[in-house]
Design a protein around this ligand. Structure first.
Ligand code: 13P
Length: 255
């Protein structure tokens, strides 16, 4: 099992550059007395804010992530932002295959696999999102859906790759609903098995996060689950005090 937990904040399409930078500075200030045992933190701001947030956090242990990437390195691709450019702007991680990208922008398993490979080629760690819809859940299809998404997302990787997989049931995102934490634990265990089958070299480093309506009231319930290595947080990460409560809640349980 990987040793260090990971807490990732997905700010989605929220916060101006000014608001993002102010948050980053406030985070640094509040973390001054912290020690290294805390979970690794990754903040994923909007693209326009990525560089300034990374500069504001450069003296801290907090890492930066992008929320998506486009394929390739450089070229005549109007509107596209490659992993290479994201890395150069200060990111170490990138979210790949978030359900909002899959649903709103038509990203399918094949593109997710290409993006995961492209992220690694750009020296970014992909945070690959998987999860079932409400109707798939009601039809008892959670396991085959998640197995398929994981297997396809990793199909283009070679050798020992460092990846993070976030289990985000779609019906839990932004709804205030969460699965029973023991169910999230069970699915995370299944994800680990699927990774083991397709990329055995990767099993010792893969970290599996839970995402979907995580907040300061439920973080400890998820932190108790041994198959979970952290959380991917949307709404509750937008407020710096709430975010730090999540980090502390996770740390308290895992210490
Ligand atoms: P919420 O935490 O707002 O439910 O969002 C989860 C998510 O989509 C993180 O990627």
């Amino acid at each position: 099992m990987p040793s260090r937990s990971l807490m990732a904040a997905n700010w989605k399409m929220f916060k101006t550059v000014g608001e993002s930078t102010a948050y980053a500075k406030e985070l640094c200030r509040r973390m001054e007395s912290w020690h290294e045992e805390a979970p690794e933190q990754v903040i994923c701001p909007t693209l326009p804010a990525l560089y300034t947030v990374s500069r504001a956090l450069s003296q801290s242990s907090v890492k930066i992530g992008a929320q998506s990437l486009d394929l390739g390195r450089e070229g005549a691709n109007t509107g596209a932002v490659s992993g290479y450019l994201i890395r150069e702007a200060g990111a170490a991680y990138v979210i790949v295959g978030h359900s909002e990208r899959r649903q709103l922008y038509g990203e399918d398993d094949e593109l997710v696999a290409e993006k995961a490979a492209s992220a690694l080629a750009s020296h970014l760690i992909p945070i690959i999102c998987v999860g079932e819809t409400e109707s798939q859940r009601n039809a008892g299809e959670t396991d085959p859906v998640v197995d398929r998404q994981v297997t396809r997302a990793l199909q283009r990787l070679t050798g020992a790759a460092t990846v993070v997989i976030a289990y985000e049931p779609l019906w839990a995102i932004g709804t205030g609903l969460v699965p029973d934490p023991s169910e999230a634990n069970r699915v995370a265990g299944r994800i680990r098995d699927a990774v083991q089958k397709i990329r055995p070299e990767t099993t010792t480093t893969v970290r599996i996060l839970y995402g979907g309506s995580v907040n300061r009231g439920n973080i400890r319930d998820f932190a108790c689950q041994p198959q979970l290595d952290g959380a991917l947080v949307g709404g509750a990460s937008l407020d710096v005090a709430h975010w730090l409560d999540l980090i502390k809640g996770w740390q308290e349980v895992r210490q």
